[in-house]
Design a protein around this ligand. Structure first.
Ligand code: NFE
Ligand code: MG
Length: 567
């Protein structure tokens, strides 16, 4: 008999997500993803000055704040057909790469590792054997016997005090947990070390952006960082070299700990390389612009259909019509007034119309985006597959290294197709993190060389015409393709729509009632115990959900909206 399970809220994510599944014979047979809040940021922007939009839109989220700021200025610059000084592009690129590295490290260790790692089991580990195992996998210096033993004592103290703190409420001892005590201890130790390294990555964002979350240094037309090698209050060599030191420290962690830990989880859970593919149309956008016009990029992006890399169609520049014309959003199953079919974001409407949770009707605050009518998965996996299809060499070498490490730990050759899976999304995020780390170094070199050549320009002044103009901006954010779309008239915003990574992935059924990427990825997932649906968390967390972004008001009267079983 089929059983319905409702997980609400899904924890260790940003925002409020509810997942409903029907489970039959130990497997998921139907699924619904529901965004449980709406904030109306797009409506707040109407009639505002487009030069302020970036500061407001980045309040969509406290996780990927910077990315909305950046995408917003790109959208307005695109409407104005503006060029942006090369220094500004490079400073933005360094902020974005550092932010994404911070975000990916936090996602793997702090938001999702505990779906795979049993902290309580780590107490039974032999610290010496843990250290030997770790040292056989990489030369990360913080893997010593002493480090492992000390961390285990800290964990034992936590557990003995009855206060697991950050480790409370995990599915400890669940039958789907399969790591040995030693691997559990290793992951727990790196969990604690990762807290330090994500902080280092964010230091770079803070030095250049003045503050994080919510950077302060953007402007339509460039950045507000003055460059002056002789001034203590401007971007100078001392600050640039501080950034360089942090970049080097970060690389050691990403390549010797993060990449290796993901490979180890993959090797211990090989069945999860065959589960959770879901929608295999993949969308990503090029990023790291190198010129003032946004025609050359370090990292490619595009669209792949049906998991077939030979169908890759690139997205080339900030004027790209293939991207601009392909995006539409449906609200047939979302709590907004509709009836007009899918709308292009320039014509997008965001008028709330709450019903209730209706399995066959409206059930989410998230809209359903499509690309030329198809659902598409976005995120590091889409990004990595598109970069592979485009022949991007660093991506190829990190992807090959990842597959090789998993295969040797597993003692069997894994095909690259394993990436189309729940574990594949984690592997792709680690691969992308390594690629972004190299890119961080490249962008730093480019910036220093450009300044050395005598260029210190960081800003071009925008000039708004009275007639109506429209523009879009995109960015390959940590959770995938982000785009902002704006219509401007007489220097004021007439319409503003954000089509966000988590909107692509968490969207409910679309205009044709086709299911979305989270929903599709959950189908056929095994469920060992419907009362403790750890497997649902594994697949949903692998997308790194951010619902704050996806639904851009909370009910100020705090009325009850739905009542569901909370696990
Ligand atoms: Ni709020 Fe986000 C990212 C954006 S949404 S975290 O990355 O844009 O998926
Ligand atoms: Mg939106």
């Amino acid at each position: 008999m089929s059983k319905r399970i409702t997980v609400d809220p899904i924890t260790r994510i940003e925002g409020h997500l509810r997942i409903d599944c029907e489970v039959d014979d130990g497997k998921v047979t139907n699924a619904w993803a529901s965004g449980q809040m709406w904030r109306g940021i797009e409506l707040m922007l109407v009639d505002k000055d487009p030069r302020d939009a970036w500061a407001i839109t980045q309040r969509i989220c406290g996780v990927c704040t910077t990315v909305h700021a950046l995408t917003s200025v790109r959208a307005v610059e695109n409407a104005l057909k503006m060029e942006v000084p090369v220094n500004a592009q490079l400073i933005r690129n360094i902020i974005m790469a550092a932010h994404a590295i911070h975000d990916h490290i936090v996602h793997f260790y702090h938001l999702s590792a505990l779906d795979w790692v049993d902290i309580v089991s780590a107490l039974d580990a032999d610290p010496k054997k843990t250290s030997q195992l770790a040292e056989s996998l990489s030369d990360w210096p913080l893997n010593s016997h002493h480090t492992m033993a000390q961390a285990q004592i800290r964990l034992k103290d936590f557990v003995a005090s009855g206060q697991l703190g950050i480790f409370a409420n995990g599915y400890w001892g669940h039958p789907a947990m399969k790591l040995s005590p030693e691997v559990n201890l290793l992951a727990a130790v790196h969990y604690l070390q990762a807290l330090e390294y994500q902080r280092k990555a964010n230091q770079i964002v803070t030095i250049l952006g003045s503050k994080t979350p919510h950077i302060q240094n953007l402007a339509v037309g460039g950045v507000s960082n003055p460059i002056n090698m002789d001034s203590q209050s401007a971007l100078n060599m001392e600050r640039l070299y501080h950034i360089k030191t942090v970049i080097d420290e970060l690389g050691a962690f990403v390549k010797n700990a993060y990449m290796v830990d993901v490979a180890a989880v993959g090797a211990f859970y090989p069945e999860w390389t065959k589960i959770g593919a879901g929608i295999t149309n993949y969308l990503s956008v090029p990023d790291m612009p190198l010129d003032s016009k946004g025609t050359k990029f370090s990292l490619p992006g595009g669209f792949i259909k049906n998991a077939d890399l030979t169908t890759f169609k690139p997205i080339n520049n900030y004027q790209d019509e293939f991207f601009e014309k392909g995006v539409a959003e449906s609200v047939k199953h979302a709590w907004y007034q509709g009836g007009k079919g899918p709308l292009h974001p320039y014509d997008g409407e965001t008028v709330p119309e709450y019903t209730d949770f209706q399995d066959d009707g409206k059930y989410s605050w998230v809209k359903s985006p499509t690309f030329y009518g198809d659902r598409a998965q976005v995120g590091p996996l889409a990004n990595v597959l598109c970069m592979l299809a485009a022949g991007h060499k660093p991506t190829h070498s990190y992807a090959t290294a990842m597959v090789k490490t998993v295969s040797s730990l597993l003692g069997a050759d894994l095909p690259l197709e394993s990436l189309h899976s729940t574990i594949g999304r984690h592997a792709a995020r680690a691969i992308r993190c390594a690629v972004l780390h190299d890119e961080l170094g490249t962008q730093w070199d480019l910036l220093v060389n450009n300044i050395a050549s005598g260029d210190t320009t960081t800003f071009n002044r925008p000039d708004f015409p009275t007639e109506e103009i429209r523009g879009f901006g995109y960015h390959e954010a940590p959770r995938g393709t982000l785009s902002h779309w704006t219509v401007i008239k007489e220097g004021k915003i007439k319409n503003y729509q954000c089509v966000v990574p988590t909107t692509w992935n968490a969207g409910p059924r679309d205009e044709t009632d086709a299911i979305g990427p989270y929903e599709a990825a959950l189908l056929d997932n095994p469920i060992a115990d419907p009362e403790l649906p750890l497997e649902v968390l594994r697949t949903v967390h692998s997308f790194d959900p951010c619902l704050a972004c996806a639904v851009h008001l909370t009910d100020t009267e705090n009325r009850e909206i739905v009542k569901v079983k909370v696990l």
